[in-house]
Design a binder for this molecule. Sequence first.
Ligand code: GRF
Length: 185
Amino acid sequence: MLNLAVLISGRGSNLQALQKNIESGILQGKAQIAVVLANKATAAGLTFAREHGLQTMVCPAEKDVLAGLAKQQIDLICLAGYMRLLSADFVNQYKGKLINIHPTLLPKYPGLHVHEKVLAAGEKESGCTVHYVDTGADTGQIIAQRKVPVLPDDTPETLAARVLEQEHVLYSQVILQIANAVSVL
Ligand code: GRF
């Protein structure tokens, strides 16, 4: 059973998808969310976490995150819409146990405002990526991706929604893959 820490900054739809798959989907018996950490108390995902009986912590600074994580036995840290950059020290401390989900087909379009950039570039497809976190911005080793078409009448919002649906599938698939790999070690 993988013990997860999920780090969020906002609405937490990826957190919700993970928890749904833990309660009644592909992650049942494979993973559990030990703690949800948010950098601000207003992160909407915290409400969902509390309603689902998950332990939550508000950690405005990285030292608070480190202190929060140190209290738990955590196997994997999942960044899910976490909008803070983590220091090299943090990343190195949790190397190989720290993953992120990003709403493009990395290495294309790291950073912010990605759907606007995908549309402006006239891409025919986009998607999402789960990757290990290294000291760069969205540059770590890619674990898996799912693709979606870009449609002629797409807006950043419609494209974001299509990608998000696949994020909700992909993140759990990757965590299952890691859980299965760990259980045979
Ligand atoms: C997702 O699109 C994720 O890929 C990106 O931030 C967004 C977070 O959405 N890193 P949510 O908070 O999980 O709904």
